[in-house]
Design a protein around this ligand. Structure first.
Ligand SMILES: NC(=O)c1ccc[n+]([C@@H]2O[C@H](COP(=O)([O-])OP(=O)(O)OC[C@H]3O[C@@H](n4cnc5c(N)ncnc54)[C@H](O)[C@@H]3O)[C@@H](O)[C@H]2O)c1
Ligand SMILES: O=C(O)[C@H](O)[C@H](O)COP(=O)(O)O
Length: 380
């Protein structure tokens, strides 16, 4: 990282208004203009040196051609909204924030299972896509002595590697693949009618990668015919204008917030600041306040899995997100607000969600094994 502390750059930064921590991480670089990311236009970038986006902005030739933008940073893990080939061809530096909110997604998965009262300790897991999110989930499951199989075409030597069909036949199937439309292993509609049919009756399907990894029309027709497995969707095709019929039929739905822990969002902003410093030889990122606030106690009088469940849900209960999304759908049905606007608003106004590490397990009656299992999940 370059340390050019004497230089005081005066850059023009255009940023999605939903990126937190901009003041902390970018104010020293110049002026920041906050814009709604969904409708960003080329005209708004006429003076911009740096563009900071989230997943809702398509960054390509149509947006950037003829603008002075030299660096594009996406404070997200996913990169499917960036035309990286075009950016590279134009010599425009870019970066996403790999892994920034992976832990948030893993915690979401365990909280979803807690909300459904599914004791994961006696189940087998199938993980599709085993990068930062899937890999972290796999490591936690191993530590908990839970069996899992993974499908990731780029990780064939992973000890749990299996073909897609056997992965889909596990008790809990977690989708964490990126959206890839071309190349050797495209994931677009990878979970089609045939793949959906491979999921066991009574299983749980959790989709928290990108919506279009599942063929949503095929999923809807399956769920209209019968309800063979429990279906949990955080990500949808055609966000933000998601299918209300599909929402009606899933067991838990949320507006693409699995990665929305406060920690995950701030990590994304910080990582992009580090990347811009590196790419444009700018001063190092300002040092953040390293003092961590006192952990908040969570408690329960229960024991064993009931206690694990109660403690996790005291921290984050995905049923609240589900209820808010269904209330928004009701408004859309009655014509009060379009689903697309409501979906984006839920994301913009998302409550501050802290990861498990901000809490401490204050249930003294718990036995050592339960305590250890909670610690593996990140609640000590
Ligand atoms: N719901 C949310 O809030 C949320 C939050 C974070 C990330 N995501 C999504 O989850 C995706 C995964 O995140 P990550 O941090 O693990 O990314 P990552 O890049 O670290 O890992 C992705 C993994 O998927 C594998 N993969 C690629 N094509 C595949 C295919 N066709 N089938 C199966 N696996 C495939 C890759 O080999 C890689 O190991 C991101 O790309 C993003 O789209 C969603
Ligand atoms: O790719 C990611 O990091 C996540 O999907 C992220 O949580 C998306 O959030 P958004 O950028 O849409 O606000």
């Amino acid at each position: 990282m370059t340390n050019t502390a004497n230089v005081s750059p005066s850059l023009t930064i255009v940023a999605d208004e939903n990126i937190p921590g901009l003041e902390t991480w970018f104010a020293d670089l110049g002026s920041i203009t906050r814009v709604p990311g969904r409708n960003l236009t080329r005209a708004q970038l006429a003076q911009a040196d740096i563009l900071l986006v989230r997943s809702v902005t398509r960054v390509d030739r149509a947006l950037l051609e003829g603008t002075p933008v030299r660096f594009v940073g996406s404070c997200t893990i996913g990169t499917d909204h960036l035309d990286t080939a075009w950016l590279e061809q134009q010599g425009i530096s870019w970066s996403a924030a790999p892994g920034c909110n992976a832990n948030s997604v893993v915690e979401y998965v365990f909280c979803v299972l807690a909300a459904l009262d599914v004791d994961w300790r006696g189940r087998s897991f199938g993980i599709v896509g085993c990068g930062n999110v899937g890999g972290s989930l796999q490591r936690k499951l191993h530590a908990l002595n839970v069996r899992c199989k993974i499908y990731d075409p780029w990780l064939t030597d992973n000890p749990d590697a299996a073909d897609l069909e056997s992965v889909l036949q596990q008790d809990v199937v977690c989708l964490h693949a990126p959206l890839v439309k071309d190349g050797a292993h495209p994931s677009h509609h990878m979970i089609d009618q045939k793949a959906l049919a491979a999921i066991k009756p009574g299983a749980v399907l959790i989709s928290a990668g990108r919506g279009a990894v599942i063929d949503n029309a095929a999923l809807l027709s399956l769920l209209e015919e019968s309800h063979p497995f429990t279906c949990v969707l955080d990500v949808w095709e055609n966000e933000p204008d998601i299918s209300l019929d599909l929402l009606d039929r899933v067991d838990l739905g949320s507006p693409h917030i699995a990665g929305y822990s406060h920690d995950g969002k701030l990590a994304g902003t910080r990582m992009i600041r580090e990347a811009v410093s590196e790419a444009l030889s700018l001063p190092s990122a300002p040092s953040a306040n390293s003092e961590s606030p006192a952990r908040q106690p969570v408690t329960t009088g229960k024991r064993d899995f009931a206690a694990i469940r109660a403690l996790l849900l005291a921290i984050y209960d995905p049923r609240a997100d589900d209820q808010r999304l269904r209330a928004a759908a009701e408004q859309a049905r009655t014509g009060k607000q379009s689903m697309a606007v409501a979906f984006d608003l839920l994301r913009k106004q998302y409550p501050k969600r802290l990861e498990f590490s901000h809490y401490n397990n204050d249930a003294p009656q718990l036995d050592t094994v339960t305590r250890k299992q909670l610690a593996i999940l990140g609640l000590k």
